[in-house]
Design a protein around this ligand. Sequence first.
Ligand code: FMN
Length: 331
Amino acid sequence: MTDLATQYLGLRLKNPVIASSSPLNVHVDNLQKLEEAGAAAIVLPSLFEEQIQLQEMGYDLPSLFEPSALPDELKHIPNMAEYNRGANGYLALIYQAKKAVTIPIIASLNGYYSGGWIRYARLLEAAGADALELNIYYMASKPHITAAEIEDMYLKLVQNVRASIKIPVAVKIGPYFTAMTNMATRLDQAGADGLVLFNRFYQPDFDLDTEKVVPTLELSTSPELRLRLRWIAIISQYVAADLAITGGAHTAVDILKGILAGAAVVMMTSALLNHGIEYLAQVLADLETLMKRYDFDSITAVRGRMNQQHVAEPSVFERANYMNIILSMME
Ligand SMILES: Cc1cc2nc3c(=O)[nH]c(=O)nc-3n(C[C@H](O)[C@H](O)[C@H](O)COP(=O)(O)O)c2cc1C
């Protein structure tokens, strides 16, 4: 019998595949379909700190959300209520999700600084979330704000959220840190129970006809996994926090690669948006077949088997990789 079980954030999961935060997960019937297809846990769509601030000012109800009524500095914030049900509706979503499925439900907060809104984490906990994923996203666009200040801001946020609640906290970050391994170890020390690598950032495009800057969304493809594999393979030897991969996992092969790199779980969104929720059942069946083919008995036994500590040549994850790739072009 192949054992697909794993531990993530202190939660015992039946397999290592989690449905990551996406609009699919705002519908309770989709949560049930995800459980039927075999998802081990589900991350809800993020609630944004701006929404909580608006709610505290009395602007949470869609009927009240009339941009002209807002102060100038808040006018640009889109109405996200349809996406995640708004700050109050989000608590109801957690409650309904917990009643609808038996797998763990992970709430998600998206913000970057330790404002009053982080008290909201307590409400998410009280509503029944099994864990909280903190998606920290700050665009470093101001010339006077240094990398050290931004990193400190991230760490303070994690410390404050960690101190406010008892449920486990995972931190989802992007790949754009100069000293990624140092940042990962500091997030670990700040109290993160898990690190989710990496956010995908959607870059705005230019429309030449209208001369407008337009938002674009392209779903991921498997090659994006490599950035995650490399960093998980390096970081997994230094942190106690559980590691999750998000970005570029589309097949059972991708998932097994993530586990061998050192991830406790691998998350999926693009693949489910492309092929439908039922596709997950196929991926899990393929994962079992793949494990048998390689004589792997359990996920826990092979986790980290190819991280930097365990491969024969640890330098393949660093500069040597670049030189080897260039040489391979000459063959
Ligand atoms: C339409 C869409 C909405 C998303 N919304 C969120 C969100 O609210 N919060 C979040 O942390 N990630 C969000 N994500 C990112 C996904 O959770 C995931 O990290 C990303 O898509 C990379 O994984 P993938 O390659 O499996 O798609 C969203 C992704 C998509 C495609």
